[in-house]
Design a protein around this ligand. Structure first.
Ligand code: MG
Length: 338
């Protein structure tokens, strides 16, 4: 049986990045049941990828009969079949994949990280994201994020200097910058990147639009800090063409269509010598747990979507001094009602 529902996730603060602003996210949750075991998954539809709660539900509806008639132990073939359904809509497919992987590992009676043979003491510290806001609010948010040793600052709306100067007035923590495709010119991007290096920034994520691969290669050849691809990469097939333009990739389950493709991306990026970051959209503890369970394999984590919510419907991963602590309950280890 496959069921789904929309839950309205309220943000503690209005969430603003270079392309959008929101107070509430309409994420879609799915529950699969087979042989008396249930698995839960989540879709965080993103307008950058032409996704809404409605378009997500359309794909879930299209996949429903296939999933209900398939033995979920054939989850690899089933995963490939789901990827071929209709439009791209990777958030919808991600929800289905997470639910099936939760079901599978619950059926085995092991936490997801153990299924993949991973060491739970190797989970990385997650950065805590500070969205674009007034200077006063940015300082307030940074002070409230006291327990997180690493911050991710969103830039790219034209007041980058003002924001970064304010950040450095209140903290000397490790800072990562995400421009969300906000810089439209390679010379501007290089100037900003060199300046951010002087401000002690660890790396820059998606400085220019995803399709500006040649310009990004030009930037990377001249910059001294790593350049990480986010909007430029969704699945493993995207990675080889980016290997000479970026130092690393930001994998998000919502882009990869779930855990199975994220694992293929990790092996692909590693084989090309690239750094790996595991990121997220605004997601509840359901999808965050799915990412956290494979995070021992990556260099950087930005799995803080649940920390930005005022009404997270689930609990799973803990955070201690910024480092993620995985549950030892079977599957994703979720507590909470579907
Ligand atoms: Mg990003």
């Amino acid at each position: 049986m496959l069921q789904y529902k929309i839950k309205d996730l309220e943000l503690t603060y209005t969430w603003t990045i270079a392309r959008e602003s929101s107070n509430v996210k309409h994420n879609v949750f799915v529950q699969v049941t087979q042989d008396g075991v249930t698995g839960i998954g989540e879709a965080a539809p993103n307008i950058r990828y032409n996704e809404t709660a409605e378009s997500t539900i359309e794909v879930i509806e299209k996949a429903k009969s296939l999933i209900e008639k398939t033995d979920l132990w054939n989850f690899v073939d089933l995963g490939y079949a789901v990827r071929k359904i209709g439009e791209e809509q990777t958030a919808a497919k991600c929800a289905l994949d997470i639910a099936i992987m939760d079901w599978m590992t619950k059926s085995l009676g092991v936490p997801l990280y153990k299924y993949f043979g991973l060491n739970k003491t190797k989970t990385p510290v997650t950065s805590y994201s500070i969205g674009i806001d007034s200077i006063e609010m940015i300082k307030k948010k940074i002070n409230e994020a006291e327990e997180y040793p690493t911050l991710k600052i969103k830039l790219g709306l034209g007041n980058d200097e003002e924001i970064m100067n304010a950040v450095r007035e209140v903290t000397d923590k490790v800072v990562r910058v995400d421009a969300n495709e906000g810089w439209k010119d390679k010379h501007e991007a290089l100037e900003k990147t060199n300046w951010l290096e002087k401000m002690g920034v660890e790396f820059v994520e998606q400085p220019m639009p995803a399709d500006m691969i040649d310009e990004t290669r030009w930037l990377r050849d001249r910059a001294n800090i790593p350049i990480i691809a986010d909007e430029a990469v969704k699945s493993a097939a995207d990675i080889p063409k980016l290997a000479t333009a970026y130092d690393g990739i930001n994998i998000k389950l919502m882009k990869s269509a779930g855990i199975q493709e994220a694992m293929r991306m990790i092996w692909m990026a590693r084989s090309l010598g690239m750094k790996i970051m595991l990121g997220c959209m605004v997601e509840s503890s359901c999808a965050i747990a799915a990412g956290a369970h494979i995070s021992p394999l990556v260099d950087y984590a930005d799995l803080d979507g649940n920390l930005l919510l005022a009404n997270d419907p689930f609990k799973s991963v803990g955070v201690e001094k910024g480092r993620m602590v995985l549950s030892d309950k079977p599957g994703l280890g979720l507590e909470g009602e579907f």
